[in-house]
Design a protein around this ligand. Structure first.
Ligand code: SAJ
Length: 403
């Protein structure tokens, strides 16, 4: 029988919990650690605290089978995975306090031959910092500990499938660490596992999201140029994309979510002189959202001078991307709230949110009937082919009318 290592997962968020459950479903004993007692209690009941398709059934099963158990503190184990948040603080500086505190809490439990893998999005050099921190307190482990960085790259909404099937870059602090980490991921990943070093793996993760940010910035800039030139940007991009080697992405209200709008700053903050393009892309995508707000305001002012009254504005979509209910870093939400704060009469529409405690939502059909100005901010499926009065002013910032 193959020897299955025991695993500690530090952080039971939207990456840590699905990963812990998937590993447990392969027959490995996993202790999931989270600093929130409520999360620990929920998981030990076989329930979950995040929204992700199919995760509830899987967690329920592995907890019942006693393969996954949640706890406040880590225990001694063969493999440690760290999947805690790395937000940014102040002037776009990465905040490594969660990673540092997770590492500090595993240090007393480490035994010789243990493998520690960092999965959290991290600035280049973080794995080395983690190594230093560990050996400062446990010098006797030098030469007897394996350390690697292996970023996750899953898409929320499809996490369980992508965790198993996506390729992964795995970078150890030395070749033995890389190989140990690859052997471990083979327990639950069927995608190809690509060996590299820790620094490269750290940069790979940041660059994936910076690359997408840059490509979206290009599309957003085109949308502003085309607006001035009175060209339909969606038609233009569709035609340009007929070229066999051109693939322009979709312009929109801006870039949201907790990854693409955040990770590029980790490169910029560390390499400020070398990253003007990455920084400019971030700024261009943020600017696009401000530009959208100005467009709506100008439209509202024109309406007011024509009709001698304030218009009702329907803001169609609040989520950060189509067909989800996630409002994190959402440009559409920012547009809607900015208009509300400036005392415009706004009907907020988000068909993916049933009822919102802190928000007054309007049904999408009712909103297009009542509104004088209809603003499409997110290309939700409900808005495609939605019948509207052709005499109303319609602003489509997400190309939903072209779908
Ligand atoms: N967007 C556009 N135009 C496009 C595509 C996207 O404006 O053509 C906008 C979306 O509306 C949204 C934002 O960009 O506001 C990001 O959406 P997304 O679906 O592209 O990405 P996320 O943030 O849900 O997930 C990303 C993924 N990264 C890449 O595609 C490079 C995912 O693989 C990562 O795992 C995740 O970030 C992460 O955790 O880093």
């Amino acid at each position: 029988m193959e020897n299955k290592p025991s695993v500690v997962m530090m952080g039971l968020g939207y990456i840590g919990l699905p990963t812990a459950a998937l590993i447990a479903s392969r027959g490995l004993k996993v202790t999931g650690v989270d600093i929130r007692q409520s999360v620990v209690d929920t998981i030990n009941k076989g329930e979950i605290h995040i929204v992700e398709p199919d995760l509830d059934g899987l967690v329920h099963k592995v907890v019942k089978d006693e393969l996954l158990q949640a706890a406040i503190k880590p225990n001694s184990s063969d493999v440690y995975l760290i999947a805690v948040p790395t937000p940014f603080k102040g002037d776009y500086e990465p905040d490594l306090s969660y990673v540092t505190s997770a590492v500090k809490s595993i240090i007393p439990t480490l035994k010789k031959g243990a493998l520690v893998i960092l999965e959290s999005t991290s600035p280049v050099g973080t794995t080395r910092k983690m190594e230093k921190l560990i050996f400062e307190q446990r010098p006797e482990l030098k030469g007897n500990l394996y350390l690697a960085y292996c970023p996750e790259r899953v898409l929320p909404g499809n996490i369980l499938h992508e965790l198993k099937h996506n390729d992964r870059a795995i970078g150890g602090i030395d070749d033995e660490s890389t190989q140990k980490a690859i052997d471990f991921y083979k327990h639950f990943v069927v995608g190809t596992l690509h060996p590299t070093n820790a620094k490269t793996a750290e940069m790979v993760k940041l660059v994936e999201n910076a690359s997408r940010d840059n490509q979206i910035a290009f599309a957003n800039e085109l949308s502003i140029i085309c607006d001035k030139a009175n060209i339909n940007v969606w038609d233009m991009i569709a035609l340009a994309n007929k070229h066999p080697r051109v693939n322009i992405l979709n312009p929109g209200t801006g870039v949201g979510g907790h990854c693409i709008a955040v990770d590029p700053w980790f490169i910029v903050s560390e390499f400020p002189d070398e990253s003007p393009l990455i920084k400019k892309s971030r700024e261009a995508n943020n600017y696009k959202t401000e530009w959208v707000i100005e467009k709506i305001k100008n439209n509202a002012l024109t309406f007011k001078s024509d009709h001698k009254r304030d218009p009702i504005i329907a803001c169609m979509g609040l989520a950060f991307k189509p067909n989800i209910d996630d409002l994190r870093e959402s440009p559409a939400l920012y547009v809607t709230e900015t208009l509300e704060n400036k005392n415009f009469t706004v009907l907020a529409v988000e068909p993916n949110l049933k009822d919102s405690d802190d928000r007054n939502l309007t049904d999408y059909k009712e909103a297009v009937n009542k509104a004088d100005i209809i603003v499409y901010l997110v290309a939700h499926k409900e808005f495609i082919n939605l019948k509207t009065n052709p005499n109303k002013s319609i602003l489509d910032f997400c190309g939903v009318l072209k779908k």
